[in-house]
Design a protein around this ligand. Structure first.
Ligand code: ADQ
Length: 485
């Protein structure tokens, strides 16, 4: 069996991966089983001398070799904060309005990818399989090819692919496409993303769909397919008994758990909850919204803006509806230990997940896994989360439609036990049938098979596949069985 070589912006601390949970655990287990190598940034910001350094620090952990490099402060500013998080993150989440296309960002982004490729080259063995992760590393495959690497190289994008017209607005879109075409396999979260990327490659850089289903672009043939990220269901099964769910009480909880990011639809969620309290006054003093939102990327303006907006919104809703013994929005701006998160998921009557755009959204899956199947809570899920493609039995909502979201809260709170159980069972089956381990295994199997020159089945008409997936989500909106008043 070939060794797996993984490259990502950050390397997880393998000694703590099991506590961190999520994707990191499955990756760490896979690397351990395949005596793998993981290359990435060590999180340190050093001086200019780091830019000349293509010799990573090597450490062994439980059969895995961990290779790390530091970034210089200008690399951190331009490659990480600049191009990755102020250009690619907003554009890929369809927020062209806040992208900062500044001169110099792209060049440094390319330089860092080149340095990572140079650092990796001497560590590679002829039969290694290379798996590159996420938007920080799009050009890495191209830089490895330029150094003569012929091993199979796969790329997985954790965030969404925007529609072709939005992708085309990136000044360096052609260079990014050339980078993408250097991979043998590109894995995306959803069918909609696959459709968007193929549309872009056809419209933007004259890519062609071949008869065997692969795409030809820049004189290379590559496969593109969806591999939705999952969770390890068993690690989210709660131990504490859930509270009674017969009648709403002052502690009946709607729960949101999201990094504090402008893509997560948090102001829309707060507004919908405010509208719900306005529209259905009987529910005042009976329900609270707990929003756990740990800080990220705090030095960026868009993130300080959203933080202030949420503080203002929660303050005004709490000021308007709150009582001495009841505060409607509980807003916690901190990370929460994983164990505690599982209990909070289980004891919340509604999981409220409202991103404006999200690659997958693992919180939706974690909430379902943590429920008591005998008396489960209800998931309200944005149609713009990648998870909506698989989780059609959730109450699917449009996060831009505050009125619809307010109604869906009422529908969720009033849903009878039988319907809650049926929906939960279907959701749990779907989450269980696609764990993080399945995701790792299926991506690596596909990469190995394209490496052997066989092909993957992908839709012949990408636009049709994307349209069909969107139509299915549309059909599942709020509920086919319930008519909210
Ligand atoms: P994220 O944008 O970080 O991930 P998400 O998929 O929701 O989004 O994952 C967040 C993870 O962080 C979850 O496992 C959650 O439990 C954890 N978390 C969130 N808030 C927390 C808190 N307060 N305390 C502790 N843990 C917390 C990116 C993409 C997603 C994609 C994932 C995986 O943006 O679309 O689903 O990668 O591919």
């Amino acid at each position: 069996m070939s060794r797996i070589v993984l490259v990502s912006n950050r390397v997880a601390d393998l000694s703590k991966a099991s506590q961190a949970g999520g994707v990191a655990v499955a990756i760490a287990d896979t690397l351990r089983a395949r005596k793998g190598l993981w290359l990435g940034w060590n999180g340190r910001i050093g001086d200019r001398s780091e830019e000349l350094n293509a010799k990573p620090a090597l450490a062994e952990f439980d059969g895995t070799t961990v290779a790390t490099l530091a970034l210089s402060s200008r690399e951190h500013d331009d490659y990480y904060t600049g191009y990755s998080n102020n250009v690619l993150w907003p554009v890929f989440h369809s927020r062209l309005d806040i992208a900062q296309f500044e001169a110099g960002y792209y060049q440094r982004y390319l330089d860092v990818n080149k340095r990572f490729a140079q650092a990796l080259r001497p560590l590679l063995k002829p039969d290694d399989i290379i798996w590159v992760h996420d938007y920080h590393m799009i050009p890495l495959g191209m830089e490895l090819r330029a150094l003569g690497v012929t091993n199979p190289i796969g790329f997985f994008l954790h965030i969404p692919v925007p529609p072709a017209q939005t992708f085309l607005a990136i000044p360096e879109h052609r260079e990014l496409a050339r980078g993408l075409a250097s991979y043998d396999l590109i894995g995306l979260q959803t069918k909609v993303d696959v459709g968007n990327l193929i549309d872009y490659l056809q419209d933007g850089v004259f890519g062609r769909i071949l008869q065997d289903g692969r795409i030809r672009a820049f004189d290379r043939e590559l496969s593109i397919a969806s591999f939705p990220v999952g969770i390890d269901v068993d690690s989210f099964i709660g131990s504490r008994p859930k509270r009674g769910r017969e009648a709403p009480t002052a502690t009946t909880r709607l729960l949101g758990v999201d990094r504090l990011d402008y893509t997560k639809g948090l102001p829309q969620k707060f507004r919908a909850f405010g509208r719900f309290l306005e529209k259905y006054p009987d529910y005042r003093r009976k329900v609270i919204l707990s929003q756990i939102a740990p800080p990220t990327r705090e030095t960026m303006v868009a993130y300080t803006d959203i933080k202030h907006e949420l503080e203002t919104l929660s303050g005004s809703i709490n000021g308007r509806y709150g009582e001495l013994d009841w505060v409607p929005i509980q807003y916690i701006h901190r990370a929460t230990p994983r164990k505690m998160l599982v209990d909070v998921y289980r004891n919340s009557r509604v999981g409220f997940v409202t991103p404006l755009r999200d690659g997958m959204n693992l919180v939706a899956k974690e909430y379902v896994a943590a429920q008591d199947p005998g008396d489960p809570g209800v998931l309200i899920l944005s149609r713009f989360a990648g998870a909506a493609e698989q989780m059609k039995e959730a109450l699917i909502v449009n996060p831009y439609d505050v009125e619809e979201m307010a109604k869906s809260i009422k529908v969720a709170l009033e849903m009878g036990l039988t319907e809650r159980q049926e929906r939960h069972q279907a959701l749990l089956d779907s989450v269980r049938s696609n764990s993080t381990y399945d995701w790792c295994r299926s991506f690596l199997n596909a990469l190995e098979s394209v490496g052997r020159r066989s092909t993957l089945a992908i839709p012949t008409s990408p636009s049709d596949a994307a349209r069909k997936a969107l139509q299915e989500i549309e059909l599942a909106r709020v509920s086919p069985r319930i008519q909210p008043s």
